[in-house]
Design a protein around this ligand. Structure first.
Ligand code: 13P
Ligand code: SF4
Length: 354
């Protein structure tokens, strides 16, 4: 739907008043009404790199979710303030791994005698606490655009990986990109004693996958892939690696949001695509490429927006920019120093991957 013209004008005026003092980052899953005010857009990897690109900006307004704003705070200078326009914009996947649960898991691995061989690899979609745990235990962060590189690196450091918190990205990368088998992977369930695993299972596994998933991508099913192939002959199925393994295995192309965009940019006119990722992005891409004769549909109409990404809307953005323009710092996301130092270690290992 078109944005309210009054709000558009107010956001524009507040942003102009702030000038170089503000730098607005927008994740690809954000609403159109918000994306139009982003100075840079990207997937979570690109935004983590770009966050530090404007050190003169006093305020970094992060249009995305909480873990992304935390990462931006960790990677930017102490004098830069990161602001999240709605503090309720969390991520259900990130919430599936708490610091206490992960500490308990490490005890289980230690008891089983495998902790010394384990390197943690944590998906960007995790809290700063989990990133700090990862840094402390010699591990790295990854995103969906560099998960294979992160796993290659981790298997040079140790024999096993504890992959947090998205089981699907971990499994898909191990099996699809690294040639491991499904039997090399076990799932650690934080709600069961010992993660629901025996010491023997932990000793045999190469990939210990945390039992977390994305509430949006996890809903695409093998049926949705089969249905769309029947409905649209010749369609190319392109999905995000947060989808279930059976969906990824049945797809033609798999990759991060940035990869999805690049693939569609390079696609020939007349080609047909069914996309399995967040709906704001798919709609934007469908509109953008319609003129070039590329037919783009959403993989499964019963799946909807990421509700927490959608919490950032134009009214929240206007309120944030106007508050900052009046000198009121609102909704600051600030990671404590101790957590920050270990989390930064893990994030910098990621940024140093080849
Ligand atoms: P990417 O930005 O790495 O593609 O991740 C998708 C996602 O779910 C972000 O919340
Ligand atoms: Fe979290 Fe999934 Fe939403 Fe991304 S799309 S913020 S992983 S719930």
């Amino acid at each position: 739907s078109p944005s309210d013209p009054d709000l558009v004008e107010r956001a524009r005026a507040a942003k102009e008043k702030l000038g170089d003092k503000v730098f607005v980052l927008g994740h690809h899953y954000q609403r159109d009404e918000v994306i139009q005010f982003a100075d840079v857009t990207g997937d979570s990897f690109k935004l983590a790199r770009d966050a530090a690109a404007k050190p003169e900006a006093e305020y970094i307004v992060f249009c995305g979710v909480h873990f992304m704003a935390e990462s931006a705070d960790i990677l930017t200078g102490d004098d830069q303030k990161v602001v999240l326009p709605d503090l309720a914009a969390g991520c259900s996947m990130a919430d599936m791994a708490t610091a206490e649960q992960v500490a308990e898991c490490w005890d289980v691995l230690t008891e089983a005698g495998v902790a010394e061989q384990v390197v943690p690899v944590s998906y960007m979609n995790s809290s700063a606490d989990i990133k700090a745990f990862t840094g402390k235990h010699g591990g790295t962060i990854c995103t969906s655009s560099n998960a294979k590189k992160a796993l290659d690196w981790a298997f040079e450091q140790g024999e096993k990986v504890l992959f947090l918190p998205d089981q699907h990205l971990g499994r898909n990368t191990a099996v699809r990109d690294m040639g491991m088998s499904l039997d090399d992977c076990v799932v650690y369930n934080p709600h069961k004693p010992n993660g629901g695993l025996t010491a023997e299972e932990l000793r045999a596994a190469k990939m210990i996958l945390w039992r977390g998933h994305c509430s949006v991508h996890g809903r695409f099913s093998l049926d949705s892939v089969n249905d769309v192939r029947e409905r649209i002959p010749g369609v190319n199925v392109l999905v995000h690696p947060e989808c279930k393994h059976e969906v990824v295995a049945a797809a033609d192309y798999v990759g991060s949001t940035e990869y999805i965009i690049k693939t569609l940019e390079a696609a020939p006119a007349g080609s047909k695509w069914a996309i399995g990722t967040e709906l704001n992005l798919v709609r934007r891409l469908a509109n953008r490429f319609a003129d070039e004769g590329k037919e783009i549909v959403f993989l499964d109409k019963t799946v909807c927006f990421c509700s927490t990404m959608n919490r950032i809307d134009l009214p929240h953005l206007v309120w944030t920019l106007e508050s900052l323009a009046e000198g009121n710092l609102v909704n600051q996301i600030s990671v404590d120093r101790e957590t920050e130092s270990f989390a930064k270690l893990a994030l910098e290992r990621m940024l140093a991957l080849p």
